[in-house]
Design a protein around this ligand. Structure first.
Ligand code: GLU
Length: 477
């Protein structure tokens, strides 16, 4: 069987990490089985679907390198096929018009509540006579179309993650609405469970891989496949992503959209690596740090857990730092250049930018960390209390003054690092001041702080753009 899987996001919000993880599992499964990963936009909810969300979803998937095969399918463009299927179900008696009004349904639910029963539609319009139906239509009464679900129905499937699944018709809430309210002979807007079945069948989807919050829908959809005489795909329901309290990760947890992770400085490689670990127990001996091509070679639903997966920021941060540290400075520079440009900072030259990237890379956890760490290379730093203390200490100003005088006599362009090292050495010897003290003071003067990356390289980068002498002058005042 050719493996064909799909992601079917609704453009009613930005690309959520849960949807992105579903996309990744679909992608991994397709790659592993030399299949196709398709994308279908489920935009039938006109009011909530937005173009900007659609763009966000497409951009997010591309950024994560989860490229889809074949043309994008837009669900709303297929409405005629959906209506056709509903007509067929009506004609063959699998579906019927239900004229229950909103008020009537509300009263029904209230009565069920009073009796302590779970709310469900009681199938009251199921066996309406042809005559009554015709009269209601002539009177202009509106109706939805419902698909019959017999209480005695038994539904079973072998879920690739959860094993044998069994459902009873009586647990599905009564006959299911498959099209929205309409009040002529027209068929109203077709609804989710129906359209998904029609589209998955049309796209020849072999495996439906989606979050476990769709399990009840799967039971209902299997009934629709049967009624329509369509081939039933395999199903895999993936575990939900949970917050630290063990509840489903939601907007209330703050960061959930892929673009937010990107803006915080997470790399696509670390994020996909991390998402793969959310629910998939990697085979023994496999390193936790991998790229998606490596994961695809080993991916199988046998190792996807049933239990929810807790989101772990520490793990994500660790993976992100591993990815950044593994990058060549030229690659890192491509990301940092954008961040610096956004901050309004001018990069003197590509070579300088690459050298700064090389200097900062090893200490970055996120790409955004570079903002704070690289600021003193672009802007005059503020003197922190540690820096002030250092510059007040005995010998500090004297040694910096001597350094400045040397630099004024023999200007240093920052290129040959040996010159800087010898300069410090010479001043230490002639003033009898420890090298350590000179270096600490120099750091305070150049960066305003005692923390920071390698001092000589820092100085060299500042000297290259002629920003070292001014800072020294200010410090010895
Ligand atoms: N549009 C549905 C969602 O975003 C798709 C579910 C499915 O994969 O069938 O949840």
């Amino acid at each position: 069987m050719t493996v064909r899987v799909r992601l079917a996001p609704s453009p009613t919000g930005t690309l959520h990490i849960g949807t992105a993880r579903t996309a990744l599992f679909n992608w991994l499964f397709a790659k592993k089985n030399s299949g196709k990963f398709l994308l279908r936009i489920e935009d039938t909810d006109k009011e909530r679907s937005k173009q900007e969300h659609l763009e966000n979803i497409l951009q997010g998937l591309k950024w994560l390198n989860l490229q889809w095969d074949e043309d994008l399918i837009i669900q709303s463009e297929r409405i005629n096929c959906h209506r056709q299927a509903i007509k067929k179900l009506l004609e063959e008696g699998y579906a019927y018009r239900c004229f229950a009004t909103e008020v009537e349904l509300e009263e029904m639910r209230e009565a069920q509540k009073r009796r302590g029963e779970a709310p469900r539609y009681d199938n009251r319009y199921r066996d309406l006579s042809k005559e009554d139906e015709a009269n209601f239509i002539t009177e202009g009464r509106s109706y939805v179309i419902r698909f019959r679900i017999n209480d005695e129905e038994r539904i079973e499937w072998n879920d690739l993650v959860r094993g044998q699944m069994k459902w009873k018709g009586e647990d599905l809430g009564g006959d299911m609405v498959i099209s929205r309210r309409a009040n002529s002979m027209e068929i109203g807007e077709p609804l989710y469970n129906l359209v998904v079945v029609i589209d998955d069948a049309e796209m020849q989807i072999s495996h439906v891989i989606r979050g476990e919050d769709h399990i009840t829908n799967t039971a209902k959809q299997i009934l629709l496949y049967k009624a329509l005489g369509l081939r039933i795909p395999e199903f895999a329901h993936t575990p939900l992503i949970l917050n630290s309290e063990g509840k489903k990760l939601s907007k209330r947890d703050g960061v959930t959209s892929i673009n937010q992770f990107r803006d915080m400085g997470y790399t696509a490689e670390a994020l996909t690596n991390y998402m793969a670990l959310l629910g998939w127990s990697i085979p023994e001996g496999m390193n936790e740090r991998f790229n998606i091509e490596e994961a695809a070679e080993l991916f199988s639903f046998k190792r996807v857990n049933k239990a929810g997966a807790k989101f772990d920021w520490d793990k994500l941060n660790w993976l992100n730092s591993q990815v950044i540290h593994s990058w060549e400075p030229e690659i890192l520079y491509e990301s940092l250049e954008t961040i610096w440009a956004k901050a309004g900072w001018t990069i003197p030259s590509r070579a300088w930018g690459i050298e700064l990237s090389k200097l900062l890379g090893p200490s970055l956890i996120t790409l955004q960390d570079s903002l704070k760490q690289s600021e003193p290379f672009f802007n005059e730093p503020e003197l922190k209390s540690d820096g002030i203390k250092q510059l007040e200490s005995e010998g500090a100003k004297g040694s910096l003054k001597a350094l400045l005088e040397e630099l004024e006599k023999n200007p240093w362009d920052g290129k040959d690092i040996q010159i800087a090292k010898s300069l410090i050495q010479e001043i230490s010897a002639s003033l009898k001041i420890k090298k350590g003290l000179i270096m600490k003071s120099l750091r305070a003067s150049l960066l305003g702080d005692l923390q920071g990356p390698d001092l000589i390289t820092t100085w060299s980068l500042l000297a290259q753009i002629d920003k070292d002498k001014n800072r020294l002058r200010k410090s010895i005042k």
